[in-house]
Ligand binder design. Structure first.
Ligand SMILES: [Zn+2]
Length: 347
């Protein structure tokens, strides 16, 4: 059975392709971080190798047979994941990773029916990796499936994109996610409502937060520090920038998550500023948000959201992370209390 949720359009297409024996040889799987792309790729690898795949009523992998279990455990010889490598702040899927994969692709599968290559972060294929992959995608060997997972597909070579069938993950609506969290993962109604709000469409994040209390604790800590930033000294801000930058080699996703969180926070301030309660993500911190909203103009909040998103892009582009984060810290809006608005320059 498939476990990804809210992506029926993808599952229908794949079920049909498996039933018809008409799988593409390469899929570009696009979706936000934590959307479930890697889970789906693993389940697709299981589904095509599953020993019960001939059962017409079974949708997705059985999860029980030897093939399914070996793939779930990461021990299957025919399922290979190429992950982004990081060296001195430079991120890429390297030629030295792609070449052995291309060699393997030319051989018959060792233990299953299909050989699967999962490129997790396909937008980080560097030029030479992409070019050598391209040749294989043009003349695909039989029984080989390439699964290219990407958050930012625009960064992939158009020639690569055009040779893949595109599967795009949709953001799951908060209401549907809250029901799923209660029904499938036994969340309480309160937990489900809060997590579905915070998850921004990414069920994988919500499930992780439900099962691992440190996820919400880390969020609370990050928000506390964020709330302190506008009144922090330059030294404190630079120290925080350095701290975040130092995490990047090992925990890039955590830094990205922190910046995503900042963006939701300042978006919330903006929404409160313009009197819209509807779109508030961080509902559980409404009191803090209201206090801050009184201190900033809508243009300050909007400008800072843009700057955060731009910084995220810089960090993906192998630009000096510490400089980018320091720049961001320097531009944290300065409080302009409503009481002192007289004589203020207009936005
Ligand atoms: Zn199976």
């Amino acid at each position: 059975m498939w476990t990804i949720f809210g992506q029926d359009h993808i599952l229908r297409a794949i079920d049909q392709a498996i039933a018809d024996g008409a799988l593409a040889h390469a899929y570009l799987i696009v979706g936000s971080p934590h959307a479930g792309k890697a889970t789906f790729a693993r389940e697709l690898a299981q589904a095509v190798n599953c020993e019960r795949a001939a059962q017409p009523d079974l949708r997705g992998p059985c999860a029980k047979c030897r093939q399914c279990r070996r793939i779930a455990a990461g021990r299957h010889a025919d399922v290979v994941t190429l992950a982004v490598q990081e060296e001195e702040g430079h991120r890429a899927i390297l030629l030295e990773q792609v070449l052995p994969a291309l060699h393997l692709a030319s051989l018959r599968p060792y233990e299953g029916a299909w050989r699967i290559f999962i490129l997790d972060g396909a937008e980080f294929l560097n030029q030479e990796s992409a070019n050598s992959l391209l040749k294989t995608l043009e003349e695909p060997p039989p029984n080989v499936l390439w699964l290219l997972l990407a958050t930012d597909e625009e960064r992939l070579l158009p020639t690569i994109r055009s040779r893949c069938q595109r599967l795009s993950f949709r953001a799951v609506a908060p209401e549907a996610m809250a029901s799923a969290l209660q029904e499938r993962w036994n969340a309480s109604p309160e937990q489900a409502t809060l997590l579905a709000r915070l998850a921004q469409g990414s069920l994988g994040w919500a499930v992780r937060a439900l099962q691992d209390p440190t996820v919400l604790e880390a969020r609370a800590r990050a928000l506390d520090r964020l709330a302190e930033l506008p009144s922090a000294s330059l030294e404190q801000r630079f120290a925080y920038a350095a701290e975040l930058a130092s995490l990047i080699p090992r925990e890039r996703t955590a830094v990205r998550d922190t910046l995503d969180l900042w963006a939701t926070w300042w978006r919330d301030i903006l929404h409160l500023n313009v009197g819209s309660l509807q779109g508030i993500w961080n509902q559980d911190r409404l009191d803090d948000l209201r206090q801050q909203a009184a201190l900033f103009r809508p243009s300050q909040a909007a400008g800072f959201v843009q700057l955060i998103l731009q910084t995220e892009q810089y960090l993906d582009m192998n630009i000096n992370a510490r400089l980018a984060l320091e720049h961001l810290m320097l531009r944290v809006p300065v409080a302009t209390p409503a009481a002192s608005t007289a004589g203020r320059r207009p936005d």
